[in-house]
Design a protein around this ligand. Structure first.
Ligand code: 5GP
Ligand code: MG
Length: 184
């Protein structure tokens, strides 16, 4: 696995530092007078946001629930989105609750455009979005997101939850892969 890494884009220590800053900002925005404890549901989009969300919420010292959404946009070994699709949800009752959607990366924006209205439809009071990464593409910058960890170049990245063909999620750094990996 290590031999497949081309270069490290964001090392684990920088991720950890930024995740903590995001959590502090989120905590400030989700406590009185703006919101009350116990009204918040954090929704990571599986599978990519799993690791980011696990680290993030441990720095958010307020009462919250977790809901899960599985969305597929890059099935298998595709390197460009094939259109987003909700494959499953385990949200509980989100009527009247404040939702914080957590995802690994904002690329075409298709996932956010699909999921945010779906959560509103289910009765969420508010829906905010938190992306670890945002790709440097005009189409990504046009989509409103509330919290962004890092802006990254328009390259395919893996690690810290992000995959290629469901692998490399366990790399602690965010990296690019050597061309031979995609060779097929
Ligand atoms: P969007 O719907 O904004 O086009 O893409 C969002 C989803 O596509 C992300 O949640 C992620 O699963 C996948 N994705 C987009 N860009 C990348 C990338 O560079 N690497 C990986 N591993 N997944 C990506
Ligand atoms: Mg994803």
């Amino acid at each position: 696995m290590q031999d497949d890494i081309d270069h490290v884009l964001i090392p684990a220590a920088r991720i950890a530092e930024r995740v903590k800053q995001l959590a502090e900002q989120i905590t400030a925005d989700h406590t009185p007078p703006r919101m009350n404890d116990g009204e918040i549901t954090i929704v990571p989009i599986l599978t990519g946001a799993m690791i980011f969300c696990a680290d993030l919420i441990r720095h958010i010292p307020i009462q919250l629930k977790i809901g899960l959404l599985t969305v597929s946009s890059y099935p298998g070994s595709s390197l460009r989105t094939q259109g987003s699709q909700i494959l499953g949800k385990q949200l509980g009752d989100i009527r009247g609750r404040h939702i914080l959607l957590v995802d690994d990366i904002l690329d075409s924006g298709g996932t956010v455009k699909l999921v945010v209205p779906a959560l509103r439809e289910l009765g969420a009071a508010t829906v905010k979005t938190c992306m670890l990464l945002r790709k440097d593409r005009p189409v990504a910058r046009e989509v409103h997101v509330d919290y962004v960890g890092f802006d990254v170049p328009d390259e395919f990245v893996v690690g810290y939850g992000l995959d290629y063909d469901n692998e490399y999620r366990n790399l602690p750094d965010i990296v690019t892969l050597k061309k031979h990996v995609y060779g097929g």
